[in-house]
Design a protein around this ligand. Structure first.
Ligand code: ADP
Ligand code: MG
Length: 212
C-alpha cells in the first residue's frame, strides 16, 4: 500500500496546513505515486486521466523546490492553451496561499506584450504559459531561464497534438541541463516516449490506469 496522507511527505508544515484548509485531506492516486519521486528530485512521467489531481502533484513539487529568497524564474509550466494555463496558475496560487512571498506569473498568447513585459521586470518564481508566447519572451530576452530548477510539461500529449513540438524543443534548449523535468499527460502515446527521451534524464514512469 502506498501512503495517501500528505503528512507522510517531507513538506513544509505551512504548506501541509494549507492543503488541509483547501480540503485536500488525502493524496489522489497520481499524487501518492508521483510526489515521492518528484520530491526526491527525479524526472517523472506521470499519466492519469483528467480530473485526477495532476496540477497539485507538480504544484506541490514546484513549491517545495523553490528558494523563495532568490527572485528568478525557478519553475516553468508549459500548457497547451490559455484556458489551461489560467487554470494551472489559479491552482498554483491556491496551493501557495500559505505564504505571500511566492510570485506566480501566467504568460499566454492572444494578449498584448506590454503588461507581460512589466510583470516580468518585477520578477517571478514560477511562470505558467503557452509555448508560443514563452518562446517569444525568451527570444526577446524578457524571460531568461538561467535559474530554472524545474520544468513541467502539462498535458504533454495535447501540446504535441497541437504541433508545439518545435517550440517545446526550443524552450527546453534554453533551460539549464541540470533542471528537473516533469511530463504530465492524460494519455501515453509513442510520441510522449519520444519527447521524454529528448527532454528527460532517467525518468520514473508513474501511470494510474482507469479502473472501469
Ligand atoms: P488534472 O490536471 O489531473 O485534470 P486537476 O489538477 O485539475 O486534475 O484537479 C482536479 C480537481 O481535483 C481540482 O478541482 C483540484 O482542486 C482537486 N484536487 C486535487 N488534488 C486533490 C486532493 N488531494 N484532494 C481533493 N481534491 C483535490
Ligand atoms: Mg491538468
Amino acid at each position: 500500500m502506498i501512503p495517501t496522507a500528505f503528512a507522510t511527505l517531507p513538506l513544509d508544515p505551512s504548506l501541509l496546513e494549507n492543503l488541509t484548509s483547501l480540503g485536500y485531506s488525502e493524496m489522489t492516486p497520481i499524487q501518492a505515486r508521483s510526489l515521492p519521486p518528484i520530491l526526491s528530485g527525479k524526472d517523472v512521467i506521470a499519466q492519469a486521466k483528467t480530473g485526477s489531481g495532476k496540477t497539485a502533484a507538480f504544484g506541490i513539487g514546484l513549491l517545495s523546490r523553490l528558494v523563495v529568497s532568490h527572485f528568478g524564474v525557478q519553475g516553468l509550466v508549459l500548457c497547451p492553451t490559455r484556458e489551461l494555463a489560467d487554470q494551472v496558475g489559479k491552482e498554483l496560487r491556491r496551493l501557495a496561499r500559505f505564504t505571500d512571498n511566492i510570485k506566480i506569473l501566467t504568460l499566454c498568447g492572444g494578449v498584448p506584450f506590454g503588461p507581460q513585459l512589466g510583470s516580468l521586470e518585477h520578477g517571478a518564481h514560477i511562470v505558467v504559459g503557452t509555448p508560443g508566447r514563452l518562446l517569444d519572451h525568451l527570444r526577446r530576452g524578457s524571460l531568461n531561464l538561467k535559474s530554472l530548477r524545474m520544468l513541467v510539461l502539462d498535458e504533454a500529449d495535447r501540446m504535441l497534438d497541437m504541433g508545439f513540438s518545435e517550440d517545446l524543443s526550443a524552450i527546453v534548449a534554453s533551460a539549464p541541463s541540470n533542471r528537473q523535468t516533469l511530463l504530465f499527460s492524460a494519455t501515453y502515446p509513442e510520441s510522449i516516449a519520444a519527447m521524454s527521451a529528448t527532454v528527460q534524464h532517467q525518468p520514473v514512469t508513474v501511470k494510474v490506469e482507469a479502473i472501469h
